[in-house]
Structures are given as structure tokens and as C-alpha cells.
Design a binder for this molecule. Structure first.
Ligand SMILES: [Zn+2]
Length: 685
């Protein structure tokens, strides 16, 4: 059992702060890392920012800063979230680093030497104004099938057709509006279709534990080439201008961001070793010796949206690059997080804001527990349901777990000066602690965290029932029952210690406080402590408060107090009447609109000029949202507009409607967005 783990989570793209999906993944991985450490395993847990690619380059350009400055700014904001939710990465690095450049170029050279890299010219759209090749997401035009306007270069969001950007009618660059021209350029490809790759991947996928069975099936479908389609080779190069790692011996060519992003796991590990932190964690081997050791386990936690990269390209790249590189031992895939059943969207930023959660003073361990209680080892989505969150945290953590110590400890302090004795002996207690420990350990080990939490709470129920049955508050009144009182409270506190050890991967801060404040230990608890009867306690101190429904409301509800509509030329800001007839409401024609263009208005401090695509027509609307939105970030997103508002002549032009936004004392305006699936022109009712 001397295996040492190297654990990563997917690298977040460094163009914005963490969202709740990141935090969920990190909590899952962190629980597993803490679990392994509690049973004595050594773990190296590293993360990094995914810093390269066109979106970061263009965003930095829009902000008139360098990509390095943008990445540094985003990177500087990470610690607040990680510390806030007790996520204990040993090291945090960036793919824009010397380590990653060296490793990516080394792996590329090895793949090339193995005959798995080739180049060929491809024709691609090029923006002559911007002087750059355009990825599909930066090309728009008319759908060749249904003729919807302003569709992206790879698929139509109106009719669902998939096509090549060259099939678009009247294509234009989403960056400049210029008409793109076809231009040829030499690209480099990784030969994933090579028989050696396919054979290796089938072998790798067949090993139990490398990936979950449903993930292996998905990967095999791709390997077989879905339908008529053969397994494609992978275009790994991009032309300058590009923010990335230069390809050796190929001036003006850079690695596609998805090539160097997973190599960033290794770059982060290398930087961790070279920083001396690995040594401080008891790891005395070098980076290369550690990677090549037979007892090393390389474990990746990822979301289901990036299975393709992590189960095909990544293992193949590592295998054919050869030692010291090793293929992943486990790729653990999780589903998405939804909020009250609705999919969160990265691009639209919906869902729960992790920062707001912390700012509201909500306990991070509530969220850790709730996520643990809902996670299993399958690739299933996890729903954050506010009522369920409140009920589970309050009933399980407060009503079951904390309740044991808060009731039993005061009797021991008051009547026995803090000394714990076991008149009934400890053998049977240790035996039942061992049974629950083994059960819960197996569940954690299988990443069945929800099952582990149910087993823990079932044990807590049993302890509470036993405590209630002995009625210590009655025993305490009768000096003749002193021994019975001691025994009932001692049993409860021993079990509380066991429970705390079992919950420690999920509730690290509470476990630390219990160890120090209640049991007077000068070290953290391990699983071995679960079987050690406590012999004395310090006076009980309050451990955790209940979830306040008001905090949940503040977390989830949009700001409620209406301000004069920020998003439109001010209408008379009359108080809303108490009721409105349905017929009156139906007179408002609310529509889903796509923001086709957004620009500042010369001479207006607050206004943005929006071009709204309603599917069948476009409208110009002047909206008072300049303070809250960078126009570049609005282009392409969906919002909601009042389509039958009488046009208003303004100083800057005619405003043909208004967009809807929320605002209140907490901030704003916040533009409304429909859920995924809505398309421009849809009626809202
Ligand atoms: Zn279409």
C-alpha cells in the first residue's frame, strides 16, 4: 500500500473567475484527496490555469492589456475561492509557463519522431482586416439550410444543421464584420487514426478502473468512427497571431490550446517539485523518478464535456511520447451541476455565484456536505435544489451530527470535570466503530460519496436514538445514576469522534476544530483515531449554525427592488399596480433576442447601441447598461426584449424596443437570459 497519487482537476480557462461547476469538481477531488490522506496515503494535488488560445488573446486585446496581464489578473483571484471552500491544492500553476513550453515541445518532438505527426495545407477563412485566421466561433453568416441570419460557422442554432463555415451564405467575421477570404495554410496533425493509436486506446480503455464503463463505451464509439465517419486526425496547430506555445522548427505556428492544456497537469507537477513543495510534503524523488515509479498513480477528475480529449488524445499522446511520461491510471468523469433543474451556462454565467456564496457569509462546509451527499461514481448531473440544501444541511449536520456533541459534552464537563470513563467497557463500541469505518471507507474509495454520507448519518441516527433512550437528562438528577450518566455520554462522545473522522474529508475545518477544541489534540484526526476512545474533553464550543433561508434567498434571487429601468430610455417610473390582468400582460410582446452587435455611443456615458436579432428581423435599441457590460462580451448572447414598445426618437437615433435587466441595491443592471434551447424570436409568456 505504498502507492502515491498525483491528482488533478480540469484546468479552468483563464478568461474569467470560477463558476459553481468548477467549485463542484474541486470539492469532489478535494474530498477524495483528503480521504486518501486520512488513511495514510501520500497525495500530490495540483492545478493550473489554462492560459492559451484565441479567446484570451482577443479578450486581452479588447481590454487593452497583454494576455499575460489578463491571465495574471484572473490567476490572482483564484486563492480567494480555493481557500474559501477549503480546497487544498498543493500547488497552482499556469500553462503559460516555461515548464509547459518545455514539456509540450518535448512531447511534440517525441510524437513526431514516432511518425504520428504530419502536416498538410488546409483552406480556412481569414479575416483580412484583423489579419488572422478565424475559428468557427468567429465566423457568422446565413444558414445554408434554413436561411436564418447570423448563425455561427459550424452549426445553425435555429434549425440545428451542422455544416462547414465555407457553406455559410454571406459569411462575415464576428470580430470585424469583414468578409472573410479563403486562405491556405500548413497545419500539423496528430495521427489519431493510426492503427497503433487505435489499438493502444482499445487496450487502455479495456483496463477496469481507467475510466467508468459508460465513459469507455462513449470513447469506443468515437474510436469506431460514428456512422460513416472515420476517426479523424487532430489538427494541433494554429497560425499567428495566437497566444500559445511555438511549435519547434515551424515559424509562425503555435500549438492549439488543447494540445498544451492537459500537458499543463505535468507542468504544474514539475513546478511543484521544483518549488520544493513536494519535498516539504515528504516526496524526496525527482519529478522524473516520481512519474516513472511503479507505485505512482496519475488521477484526473474531469467533467463529461471533455471526455474526448482525456480518453483519446491524452492517453495516446502520453503513451507514444514514452517514459518518463505515463498514461493516466484513472480518469474520473462527473456530470454537470444544475440549479433547481436548470442547466447552468458558462457563457451566460447563470447559476450560483460561488463568490456571492462566500460573501454572504454562508458556511463553505454546508456546500461541501451537500455536494458530497449528492455525488456518486457515475456520470450523472447533480442538482442544487435550495429547499433540499436547507433541509439536508440542517437535519443532517446540525440535527444529527453536531447534536450529539452539543448534548453529551456538557454533562461530561459539568458532572465529571471533562474526564471520560467507560463503565460499560469500550470493546463493543470499538467494534461498531470499526464496522462503520470499513463501510464508509469502501464508499469513499469507490467515490460513492452520497452513499458514504447516508451510512454516516445512519450511524448518527443510531447514536442519537441510543442517547435519547437512556435519558441522561433524567439520570443527571439522580446521584445514584452517576455511572449510567457517564456511560451514556461516553458512548455518545466516542461515536461523535468516530463520526468526525468519517466526515473529515468533507468537513475539514469542523474536524480540525473538534480535534483541537473538544478533544484537545495538537494534530489533525486520521481514520485511525476513529477507533480510539476519547478519555477527556474540553468544554463544548458551538460548532456550526443552521442554514438561514434568508441567505439562500439572497444567493439565488435576483435583486428585487426596482430602479428606474436601466436598460431603456426612462419611461415614467410609476409604481407598479398591485395586480395586472392576464390580458394586460399579454399585450406585452416579450421576445428572445440575440445581440448581434453592441457598441458604445459617442457622447453618451451610459448607453450602448445594441443590434438585436429577432430571427426574422433586427432592431436597434439603446440600453443604459454601459457601466455594467463590455460591449464585446455581449455579442452573440441571448436576452429578452419588449418587441412592441413604441419606438422612441432619441438624440442618437431611433430606439425600437427595450431589453430587460434586473437591478437593485446589490448591483446591476443584470441582463436577463433565456435557458439553453431558446432561439431568437421565441415568444415569452
Ligand atoms: Zn438553419
Amino acid at each position: 500500500m505504498s502507492e502515491t497519487f498525483f491528482v488533478t482537476t480540469a484546468l479552468p480557462y483563464a478568461n474569467g473567475p470560477f463558476h459553481i461547476g468548477h467549485i463542484m469538481e474541486y470539492i469532489q477531488a478535494d474530498i477524495w484527496v483528503r480521504f486518501e490522506r486520512l488513511q495514510g496515503k501520500r497525495v500530490h494535488f495540483v492545478g493550473a490555469d489554462d492560459a492559451h488560445g484565441a479567446p484570451i488573446m482577443l479578450k486581452a486585446e479588447a481590454e487593452h492589456i497583454t494576455p499575460e496581464q489578463l491571465v495574471a489578473r484572473i490567476g490572482a483571484g483564484r486563492a480567494r475561492y480555493l481557500e474559501g471552500f477549503h480546497i487544498g491544492f498543493d500547488h497552482w500553476h499556469s500553462t503559460h509557463s516555461p515548464e509547459n513550453t518545455a514539456l509540450s515541445q518535448d512531447i511534440y518532438r517525441r510524437l513526431k519522431a514516432a511518425g504520428l505527426v504530419y502536416s498538410k495545407p488546409i483552406e480556412q477563412f481569414f479575416d483580412p482586416v484583423k489579419g488572422m485566421f478565424l475559428a468557427d466561433r468567429y465566423i457568422k453568416g446565413e444558414c445554408p439550410k434554413c436561411h436564418a441570419k447570423d448563425q455561427y460557422g459550424d452549426a445553425c442554432e435555429v434549425c440545428g444543421s451542422v455544416y462547414a463555415p465555407t457553406e455559410l451564405i454571406a459569411p462575415y467575421s464576428a470580430l470585424t464584420g469583414a468578409k472573410p477570404v479563403l486562405k491556405s495554410s500548413e497545419h500539423f496533425f496528430f495521427r489519431l487514426s493510426d492503427a497503433r493509436c487505435v489499438a493502444f486506446l482499445h487496450e487502455w480503455l479495456a483496463v477496469a478502473g481507467h475510466v467508468q464503463p459508460q465513459v469507455a463505451n462513449k470513447a469506443r464509439e468515437w474510436l469506431a468512427g460514428k456512422g460513416e465517419q472515420a476517426l479523424g486526425d487532430w489538427d494541433i496547430s494554429r497560425d499567428a497571431p495566437y497566444f500559445g506555445i511555438p511549435i519547434p522548427d515551424a515559424p509562425g505556428k503555435f500549438f492549439y490550446v488543447w494540445l498544451d492544456a492537459p500537458i499543463g497537469y505535468l507542468a504544474a507537477l514539475k513546478s511543484y517539485f521544483e518549488s520544493g513543495k513536494a519535498r516539504a510534503n515528504g516526496e524526496l524523488r525527482s519529478f522524473e523518478d516520481f512519474l516513472t515509479a511503479p507505485d505512482t498513480r496519475q488521477v484526473h477528475f474531469i467533467g463529461k464535456d471533455i471526455i474526448y480529449f482525456h480518453t483519446l488524445f491524452w492517453p495516446a499522446m502520453l503513451h507514444f511520447a514514452g517514459a518518463p511520461y505515463r498514461t493516466p491510471d484513472n480518469v474520473h468523469v462527473h456530470g454537470f451541476i444544475t440549479v433547481s433543474g436548470a442547466k447552468m451556462s458558462k457563457s451566460r454565467g447563470t447559476g450560483i455565484s460561488p463568490l456571492r456564496y462566500l460573501e454572504l457569509g454562508m458556511n463553505p462546509e454546508w456546500l461541501r456536505y451537500y455536494i458530497a451527499a449528492k455525488l456518486n461514481a457515475n456520470v450523472e448531473d447533480l442538482d442544487f435544489n435550495p429547499a433540499d440544501f436547507l433541509a439536508r444541511v440542517n437535519s443532517d449536520l446540525i440535527g444529527k451530527y453536531v447534536n450529539i456533541a452539543s448534548r453529551a459534552a456538557p454533562f461530561i464537563s459539568r458532572h465529571f470535570g471533562g474526564a471520560i470513563d467507560y463503565p460499560g467497557g469500550t470493546e463493543a463500541l470499538t467494534q461498531r466503530a470499526r464496522e462503520v469505518l470499513e463501510q464508509v471507507r469502501a464508499s469513499y474509495d469507490a467515490r460513492e460519496f452520497g452513499r458514504a454520507m447516508r451510512e454516516i448519518m445512519a450511524f448518527a441516527d443510531r447514536v442519537n436514538q441510543e442517547f435519547d433512550a437512556r435519558q441522561p437528562w433524567v439520570l443527571a438528577k439522580d446521584p445514584a445514576q452517576r455511572e449510567a450518566l457517564q456511560d451514556s455520554c461516553a458512548r455518545a462522545l466516542y461515536s461523535f469522534k468516530t463520526l468526525t473522522c468519517l466526515l473529515a474529508p468533507v468537513l475539514p475545518a469542523v474536524a480540525e476544530r473538534v480535534a483541537r477544541e473538544l478533544f484537545g489534540l495538537d494534530r489533525a484526526l486520521t481514520f485511525a483515531d476513529a477507533l480510539e476512545p476519547p478519555r477527556r474533553i474540553e468544554p463544548y464550543q458551538h460548532l456550526m449554525t443552521r442554514v438561514d433561508p434568508k441567505q439562500l434567498d439572497a444567493l439565488l434571487e435576483p435583486p428585487a427592488e426596482p430602479k428606474p429601468p436601466a436598460a431603456a430610455p426612462a419611461q415614467s417610473a410609476a409604481e407598479a399596480p398591485a395586480t395586472l390582468s392576464l390580458d394586460a400582460f399579454k399585450q406585452v410582446d416579450l421576445r428572445v433576442a440575440r445581440i448581434a452587435a453592441a457598441e458604445a455611443v459617442a457622447g453618451a456615458d451610459k448607453l450602448l447601441k445594441l443590434t438585436l436579432d429577432l430571427g426574422t428581423e433586427t432592431r436597434t435599441v439603446f440600453a443604459g447598461i454601459k457601466a455594467a457590460y463590455d460591449p464585446a462580451t455581449l455579442v452573440g448572447r441571448l436576452t429578452v426584449m419588449v418587441a412592441n414598445l413604441a419606438p422612441r426618437k432619441m438624440k442618437f437615433g431611433l430606439s425600437e424596443g427595450m431589453v430587460l435587466a434586473a437591478s437593485g441595491p446589490q448591483g446591476g443592471p443584470f441582463l436577463l437570459s433565456p435557458d439553453a434551447g431558446a432561439v431568437p424570436g421565441m415568444r415569452i409568456s
